[in-house]
Design a protein around this ligand. Structure first.
Ligand SMILES: [Cu+2]
Length: 345
């Protein structure tokens, strides 16, 4: 976890930290500015949330720092104060004759209503954040993300970039490339690449068990569920390399399927798309090998439809096909659908 570098002075962090700790963290944060923009790697001695690099995460930071932390701090101090007062004032020595009453209606009404008001106050900001997650702006780019045991597959249906597998970089390769060792289990061989400032829509699914796409700097965390397409979005505010990890325990190699997103300029993105055999002109359904973004979202591509059939079958208690891609009831895709057979690890 890394201390946020931005807006430190404006946030209410001081409430929870002693002056010395704040100074130390400020010095640490200042030191961070010299290192390359690699967000998401562990940082010695850091506390707090990771640096925000997307509007949603910035808002989540605000909610945490300006709403939740002050309330939590106040309540903790209040309870501590009350306990201290009672221990000192009402111990056997200073209060030899205890009071005999056990109820006080006014006090009970207060301690019921005040917490309700506090929760309603928190919910106002919490719902606003949730709605902002839900209300995705018009997407500039769609990436289909499929969780596999144990790697991630990315596909850019509208650019015609076919699904490719993103594996974790082995420890030796991290060393060979001269990267810091802290990037082991975070760096991937084939990252997701997106242009800076674009509204990126992720269509998230899984091929075998439940995984979860999570990347703290963008405030991303969405379950990848077989037979279902979940949608989320982010907008990266500046170029850099960002790291996240699968966040749903998915089997023995769960800790070895990191998510790396490279945020690049528009021109670099176009070059990358071309290097992957795609083009920046959006594809029609007939051209997109795995279906267009709209088809994937509607669950009508071969891969997703096959998975839907198998999960429906499970719900209905029918025999489960050995492989989702080979389900006999699955509608045959119009074009060969390589995504129906998730690549082996
Ligand atoms: Cu996992």
């Amino acid at each position: 976890m890394r201390m946020s570098r931005m807006g430190m002075g404006t946030r209410a962090r001081g409430l929870i930290s002693s002056g010395a700790a704040v100074l130390a963290l400020a010095l640490f944060a200042a030191g961070c500015n010299q290192e390359p923009e690699r967000i998401g790697q562990p940082t010695d001695g850091a506390v707090g949330l990771q640096t925000a690099a997307a509007p949603l995460m910035r808002e989540a930071h605000m909610f945490h720092d300006a709403i939740l932390m002050p309330i939590i701090t106040f309540i903790c101090l209040l309870v501590l104060g009350l306990i201290t007062w009672i221990v000192i004032r009402y111990n056997k020595k200073s209060n030899p004759v205890p009071a005999k009453w056990s109820h006080n209606t006014l006090v009970e009404v207060i301690w019921t209503i005040v917490p309700v008001l506090i929760l309603v106050f928190i919910s106002l900001f919490s719902f606003r954040l949730l709605f902002n997650y839900h209300d995705m702006p018009k997407p500039d780019l769609t990436v289909k993300v499929t969780g596999n045991q144990w790697n991630w597959a990315y596909e850019y249906p509208d650019q015609g970039v076919a699904e490719y597998i993103s594996n974790m970089l082995p420890e030796e390769e991290i060393a060979e490339r001269g990267m810091p060792h802290s990037l082991y289990r975070l760096a991937a061989d084939e990252p997701m690449v997106v242009p800076v400032g674009a509204n990126v829509r992720l269509l998230v699914t899984a091929a075998d068990v439940i995984h979860a796409v999570a990347l703290p700097a963008f405030g991303l965390k969405t379950d990848a569920v077989p037979g279902r397409v979940n949608e989320t979005w982010f907008k990266a505010e500046r170029p850099g390399v960002y790291y996240g990890q699968c966040s749903e325990l998915c089997g023995v190699d769960h800790a070895f399927m990191p998510i790396q997103i490279n945020v690049v300029t528009e021109a670099e993105f176009a070059t990358w798309v071309a290097s992957k055999g795609g083009s920046m002109t959006p594809k029609t359904p007939a051209q997109a090998p795995g279906g267009t973004a709209a088809q994937i979202e509607a669950g009508t591509t071969g891969a997703v439809a096959a998975r839907n059939v198998s999960s429906d079958a499970m719900r209905n208690g029918a025999a489960i096909p050995a492989a989702a891609g080979a389900a006999p009831a699955a509608p045959a895709p119009a074009v060969p659908d390589t995504a129906a057979a998730p690549a082996a690890q």
